[in-house]
Design a binder for this molecule. Structure first.
Ligand code: BG6
Length: 484
């Protein structure tokens, strides 16, 4: 809908996140025609003193996610990289930001020879400690000044603080400089295809409407596993741990979409209002419903302290105190260095009352939404074993995306989310009050871990995590089914 000059400024351009996620996502958007070369310029900004070409060379290797590129693709990459300029400067000094503003302005003047608005998108691929100063500099020196309209927006990444107080302080600092409509807090799980599908699945299908509640559902699991450790990120990770890295944000966002009531409309504010209500209804976490783990060998990383109490695994049961969910445990589980890489939602239904088939042992109905890898939804159900007698067997109704949507490319989360920031759609971004509520839920538990009152159990890399976690799961009502 909007046209005219678009400047995308990637702060922290020489860092890992920018190289691995931001620039490849921008390149994908460019290839699909969303970033038009006549309108768009991309500015990298960071402290390292390098030339435009040096930055381009650093980015190039990541554009194809480490895969080989055809000659046509390489040509595309070269054209895309010509749109990228680099400016070096620190995050707290005027000079760099004045230079940056001048470069953006020159681009705007040359692009908008006659008319058109100016759009300035600042992507902060930075550690949060520099957010406040970088935001101040942007606010003072780099805002859109066009009389013809347009906007200035900033995109920020987690971690947004370490607990409720620090997150609130950060929100207040940024909130003084920018309006909420200008701030896009990324949680990249909200950009995943099957996470976005949750809203449609729940509210566009008659099947689910009467079943999605405490009368029919026994327990819900939201699980994240990785089959590698902290691999070189130990120093960063040790300050945060698995709850801050995955559960408080990614898994909790998924929980909101699974548990929320139907929004009044698809307007971002309506959807986010419902998510906030879910968070507000979560009861305090009980220590008996938490199992923490740390994989053996985690502390061998020289950047991790020898006495680290940081969990690399956690299972936490959340209880939602409302009419729909009272008594249904939401089991959030995440771990590094486990036996597989997978993220999924498992919704386990109650047993059929008055079972005449005596098929209870075969397992309950279960609806699984696999977010990754290989996106899929499948429903475990009991059917008659084909053949002459009346015995039963558990089978699956299976919607695997690879088969059903052959040849359809599922966009990367970052690609989709960056496009939303350009379009001004905040639906898939975390609102300030949502963030606050999320921290409220986990802060007491995190403080107990930080103070050494709760300790992680040790588990073997490549395992399922501590056995105590499986025991907690069983206690919460989960009935092991085949293949899990
Ligand atoms: C990031 C975490 O937010 O998500 C990482 O900081 C984790 O520790 C990553 O590896 C997982 O993302 P995905 O999209 O691969 O599931």
């Amino acid at each position: 809908s909007e046209t005219g000059c678009l400047s995308i400024i990637v702060l922290g351009a020489s860092g890992d996140l920018a190289k691995k996620k931001t620039f490849p996502a921008l390149f994908n958007l460019y290839q699909q025609g969303f970033l038009h070369p006549n309108e768009v310029h991309i500015f990298g900004y960071a402290r390292t003193k390098i030339s435009d070409d040096e930055l381009r060379d650093r980015i190039r290797g990541h554009l194809f996610h480490g895969k080989g590129a055809s000659s046509g693709q390489s040509e595309d990459a070269s054209k895309f990289l010509l749109l990228v300029k680099y400016i070096s400067g620190s995050y707290d000094c005027e000079e760099g930001f004045r230079l940056l503003d001048k470069a953006i302005y020159e681009h705007e003047v040359s692009t908008n020879s006659q008319e058109g608005s100016s759009r300035r998108l600042f992507y902060l691929a930075l550690p949060p400690s520099v957010y406040p100063s970088a935001c101040k500099m942007i606010r003072h020196f780099c805002m859109n000044k066009s009389d013809l309209g347009g906007w200035t927006r900033i995109v920020v990444e987690k971690p947004f603080g370490k607990d409720l107080d620090s997150a609130e302080a950060l929100s207040a600092q940024i909130g003084e400089l920018f309006d909420e409509e200008q701030i896009y807090r990324i949680d990249h799980y909200l950009g995943k295809e099957l996470v976005q599908n949750l809203l449609v699945l729940r509210f566009a299908n008659r099947f689910f409407l009467p079943l999605w509640n405490r009368d029919n559902i026994d327990n819900i699991q939201i699980v994240f596993r990785e089959d590698f450790g902290t691999d070189g990120r130990g120093g960063y990770f040790d300050e945060y741990g698995i709850i801050r890295d995955i559960i408080q944000n990614h898994l909790l966002q998924v929980l909101c979409l699974v548990a929320m009531e139907k929004p009044v409309s698809l307007k971002p504010e309506h959807i986010r209002d419902e998510k906030v209500k879910v968070l507000q209804s979560v009861l305090p976490i009980a220590d008996e419903e938490v199992v923490l783990g740390q994989y053996e060998g985690y502390k061998d990383d020289p950047t991790v302290p020898n006495d680290s109490n940081t969990p690399t695994f956690a299972t936490v049961v959340l209880r939602i105190h409302n009419e729909r969910w009272e008594g249904v445990p939401f089991i959030l589980k995440a771990g590094k260095a486990l036996n597989s890489r997978k993220a999924e939602i498992r919704i386990q239904f109650k047993e059929v009352p008055g079972d005449i088939f005596k098929c209870k042992k075969q397992g309950r109905n279960e609806f699984v939404i696999r977010l990754q890898p290989s996106e899929a939804m499948y429903m475990k159900l009991t059917v008659k074993q084909p053949g002459l007698d009346m015995s039963t067997v558990q089978s699956e109704l299976d919607l695997s995306y690879k088969q059903r949507y052959q040849g359809v490319k599922i966009p990367e989360a970052y690609e989709r989310l960056i496009l939303d920031t350009i379009r001004g759609d905040q639906q898939h971004f975390v609102r300030r009050d949502e963030l606050k509520e999320a921290w409220e839920i986990f802060t007491p538990l995190l403080h107990r871990i930080d103070n050494g009152k709760l300790k992680p159990l040790s588990y073997k890399p490549g395992s399922r995590g501590p056995v105590e976690a499986d025991e907690l799961l069983a206690k919460a009502g989960y009935m092991q089914t085949h293949g899990y």
